[in-house]
Design a binder for this molecule. Structure first.
Ligand SMILES: Cc1cc2nc3c(=O)[nH]c(=O)nc-3n(C[C@H](O)[C@H](O)[C@H](O)COP(=O)(O)OP(=O)(O)OC[C@H]3O[C@@H](n4cnc5c(N)ncnc54)[C@H](O)[C@@H]3O)c2cc1C
Length: 535
């Protein structure tokens, strides 16, 4: 099976892409004509993604912000569909260096995707919206009151209650029969049991994204957003040999020409929000990372920081493909089972997942491992070009507890498939064993499969591992950034996005990533302007 075929198959069930219908905004422009040269900024934010958009919108209330995003805008782009049903038209659009999806394949052999578009992952993702648990919020060292306010702020713009769907309802009942109880109804909260979570798709199936937060809440008088602006490296002053101070950034503009842009004053900052792959990569390209590795690539070392690129993790996902007797409408993730053994169970319907030669639309039930405990690393892939993917290895199922969570998760899915509400969707001639075999042999990854087939659920978990795209780490809190997300050992740099996470929060992370952008925006304004900053 060629890489291309695997990628195409992978794309049949990635839940993408952005929509449109809205016009352009005066402060969102392509990076052309050097308008930025005359200006200096209080903040330069690298990456207009899930965290970067809510952060920029908040900081721009009081201070000047330049947001540099390497991708284009989803707003007013008729080629990008925001509809759940319609996403397949864009799924194959990853060949161009301007398409919103950038495919990467980790060293584990798992095909993965990262965003390259204003709004970041919220333009590609399955839309499920759900908060972190209160213990996770505490573990992140965040202040509960401001977290609550920040989630609400985000929710007022992008979160919705999903419409119900007969398949999702059946899986919810199946989860309860399988013991994932109680039923907690519709809630954004992360509580053990089965629930209906939120979504960024509204009642008519139209996607809201972090770019909506930016255009609805950004202050046009203080905000400049440049598209197709790929930051290559940060610029440091090393007058103080012991503590580099950031001055600005170098980026490639929309015509591919190298440009520089500078901060205003001593209190100004560069904030990196380039995601779990982009942020550690950019620090390394700027000379901050493991010195030996950087020197071997000819990068001038500004600060030896071995922790950059470490602690990379991707929650393993294993999928059971469920054939339907009759077609079921498209639904992305709505119902989730939060088990007590570290596995989250979710479902989608209406995709053509089996190579059956029919146009029948099937479903999937998946399990995601919480955490995870298995960790990997990221390094530059012999390239000093920020547009190239770095090399990343996640070491899925390296930790035995991750594997045990998966085994229990798959057992629970088997019970769900055997439950009365779910069984009625499946042709009686198709046995559980057949479903497991088809799922085992589906061409979903490039990892070697046991030639003996799946003798055990442990083998099934290892050989069918894919991604749920919740990868994180690389600039982790405690080793690369402090509790205020400031880069250790340097002045004027923070990292605010999923790269700082020690675990993936909630069942799915986007709510917490958007919340974090808002939360840190408020804290930084209070730090710079005093507690009465007025946000
Ligand atoms: C297919 C898919 C499905 C998912 N499904 C869900 C789901 O249903 N629910 C959920 O909660 N989560 C989901 N996620 C995960 C969630 O979307 C991500 O965890 C989240 O978006 C990460 O946010 P971030 O801010 O860390 O990074 P991103 O949103 O990726 O933002 C990083 C931004 O930085 C830009 N950038 C990178 N490098 C540079 C550079 N050098 N210069 C300028 N710009 C740069 C990128 O273009 C991007 O816009 C999914 C993700 C994917 C990809």
């Amino acid at each position: 099976m060629g890489v291309k075929t695997n990628i195409l198959f992978f794309c049949l069930f990635i839940n993408a892409l952005c929509t449109s219908g809205k016009g352009q905004h005066s402060f969102v422009k392509e990076a052309k004509n050097g308008q930025w040269r005359k200006s200096k900024y209080d903040f330069i934010i690298v990456g207009g993604g899930t965290a970067g958009c809510s952060l920029a919108a908040t900081l721009s209330q009081k201070m000047s912000v330049l947001l540099l995003e390497r991708g284009g805008s989803p707003l007013g782009n008729g080629n990008i569909s925001y509809s759940m049903e319609n996403f397949e038209a864009n799924l194959f659009d990853f060949d161009s260096d301007r398409s919103p999806t950038q495919i990467f394949i980790s060293e584990d052999g798992v095909i993965n995707a990262r965003a390259r578009v204003l709004g970041g992952g919220t333009c590609l993702n399955a839309g499920f919206y759900t908060r972190a648990s209160s213990s996770e919020v505490r573990a992140m060292g965040l202040e509960a009151g401001l977290v609550e306010q920040s989630y609400r702020w985000v929710e007022s713009i992008v979160a919705h209650r999903p419409p119900t769907n007969e398949w999702q309802d059946a899986v919810a009942k199946g989860l309860l029969e399988a013991g994932v109880s109680p039923y907690n109804g519709f809630t954004y909260d992360h509580i053990p049991g089965t629930k209906l979570g939120g979504t960024i798709f509204n009642g008519t199936g139209h996607r809201s994204t972090a770019a909506d937060i930016l255009v609805q809440r950004g202050n046009p008088r203080k905000l400049t957003v440049l598209l197709y602006a790929t930051v290559q490296r940060l610029l440091f002053s090393t007058k103080d040999k012991t503590r580099p101070k950031v001055r600005g950034v170098v980026f490639k503009d929309a015509d591919g020409a190298e440009q520089q842009v500078f901060l205003k004053g001593d209190k100004s900052e560069v904030i990196i929000s380039a995601g779990a792959l982009g942020s550690p990569q950019l620090l390394m390209l700027s000379g901050i990372g493991p010195a030996k590795e950087l020197k071997s690539m000819g990068i001038q070392v500004i600060m030896d920081q071995p922790a950059v690129g470490k602690g990379m993790a991707d929650n393993p996902m294993n999928t059971i493909f469920v054939p339907f007797t009759t077609p079921v409408p498209v639904s992305l993730i709505q119902v989730v089972g939060i088990t007590k053994f570290g596995s989250y169970i979710e479902t989608c319907s209406g995709f053509r997942l089996y190579e059956t030669g029919t146009t029948k639309k099937d479903g999937i039930i998946l399990q995601k491992v919480k955490g995870p405990l298995s960790k990997g690393h990221l390094r530059l892939d012999n390239s000093t070009n920020a547009e190239d993917n770095p090399m990343v290895k996640f070491n899925y199922y390296d930790h035995p507890m991750d594997l045990q969570s998966c085994v229990k998760g798959i057992r629970t899915i088997q019970k769900i498939i055997g439950s009365r509400p779910v069984k009625k969707f499946i042709p009686p001639s198709i046995s559980l064993n057949k479903i497991m075999n088809s799922s085992f042999y589906a061409p979903i990854n490039l990892t070697p499969k046991s030639t003996e087939g799946w003798g055990s659920l442990e083998q099934f978990c290892k050989d069918t591992v894919t991604t749920i795209w919740h990868y994180h780490g690389g600039c982790q809190m405690g080793s690369v950034v402090d509790r205020e997300y400031r880069l250790f050992g340097a002045n004027g740099v923070r990292v605010i996005d999923g790269s700082t996470f020690l675990f993936s929060p909630g069942t799915n992370p986007q709510a917490t990533v958007m919340m974090l952008g808002r939360y840190m925006g408020v804290r930084i304004l209070r730090e710079k302007l005093g507690p009465s900053a007025g946000v």
